[in-house]
Design a protein around this ligand. Structure first.
Ligand SMILES: Nc1ncnc2c1ncn2[C@@H]1O[C@H](COP(=O)(O)OP(=O)(O)O)[C@@H](O)[C@H]1O
Ligand SMILES: [Mg+2]
Length: 306
């Protein structure tokens, strides 16, 4: 009797073990198939992404040459015409010039994004004097615009250490931030640059007295095509692409930094800040870790659209 019970129990236990093992094996097999499918999908997605980047890059190059020609001829027709132009004709030509300029800026930004996203941008950090770089940008590029709009630039100078960044990429970021402040601040505005550091990272802020940004819009700023007001009037007067902040965020992150924005709301001005590593002895000793090698052929950035 007892032997029978033990025998039946044994059979039950063995059956349970077989069922458990079988379901485990089956699950593993399914997981294996799913992971193989995912891997395949991933490879296909990457290939598609590469195809998209190649397409954008080729299409942009092809678009840029004719657009540059249109811009040159429109400029010559406007400024070097051998017949007097009517007011109406001058207005039309000015519109052609502005629109072509916007298209060229868009193509340049698209080229930059395709280079960044396909990892073809190289980052070569070196110790950078931030205050000198900001003063350069104010002097060289924005002097005329700022006087036109009666702007006041304030650099809150203080003894700060050099930062460890790629000067060209940093210049692109600063140009976009300053360009934005100029665009979105009415006549008579003020742009203040401030710095703070804990010795390891440097925080830089660009604060303006412009139109500000609503709380709802703040999280959208660094997305692609993030123009907050897409009305025709806004687009044609401020003439940007809505890609500058997305590019800036990518460049800052390639340089091991962070970028963010703050605003008390519409009409209250905006502050854009970023942080980057300081050129400490320790960071300089590990310079290789801050470098970013390009995948494939390295490309330079196209000039920034402002
Ligand atoms: N300083 C600023 N003040 C108010 N709004 C801003 C400021 N900087 C950026 N923005 C908003 O963020 C959007 C995205 O900026 P950006 O990516 O540089 O594109 P773009 O300059 O080509 O419009 C702008 O169109 C604008 O709506
Ligand atoms: Mg911009």
């Amino acid at each position: 009797m007892e032997v029978n019970i033990i025998f039946i129990l044994g059979i039950i236990i063995i059956s349970i073990l077989v069922i458990l093992w079988w379901s485990y094996w089956n699950k593993n097999k399914k997981l294996d198939t799913i992971s193989k499918q995912l891997e395949k999908a991933n490879i296909e997605l990457r290939a598609l992404d590469q195809l998209k980047n190649d397409f954008v890059s080729i299409a942009s190059h092809e678009l840029r040459s004719p657009m540059t020609a249109i811009r040159s001829y429109a400029w010559m027709a406007l400024h070097k015409s051998d017949v007097p132009l009517s007011d109406k004709m001058s207005r039309y030509l000015i519109r052609v010039l502005i629109s072509t300029e916007r298209l060229i800026n868009l193509v340049n930004d698209l080229l930059n994004i395709s280079r960044i996203e396909s990892g073809r941008i190289e980052v070569n950090p070196e110790p950078v004097d931030l205050i000198a770089l900001i003063k350069d940008i104010i002097d060289e590029v924005y002097y005329s615009k700022s006087t036109e709009k009666n702007f006041q630039f304030v650099v809150l100078e203080k003894p700060i250490p050099k930062i460890f960044a790629d000067p060209e990429k940093l210049r692109q970021v600063m140009l976009n931030l300053v360009g934005n402040s100029l665009k979105f601040t009415p006549i008579g505005g003020k742009i203040v640059f401030d710095f703070s550091t804990d010795g390891k990272t440097m925080e830089v802020s660009v604060k303006d007295t412009g139109i500000g940004i609503s709380k709802d819009d703040l999280p959208k700023l660094f997305n692609k095509f993030s123009r907050l007001d897409n009305s025709y009037a806004a687009v044609s007067t401020s003439g940007g692409t809505g890609l500058g902040l997305y590019i800036s965020k990518n460049l800052i992150e390639l340089m091991h930094g962070k970028i963010w924005a703050a605003s008390e709301g519409k009409g209250m001005g905006a502050t854009f800040s970023f942080s980057l590593p300081v050129a400490t002895k320790e960071n300089l000793a590990h310079a290789e870790e801050f470098k970013d090698r390009a995948m494939g052929e390295a490309k330079e950035l196209e000039p920034v659209a402002i």
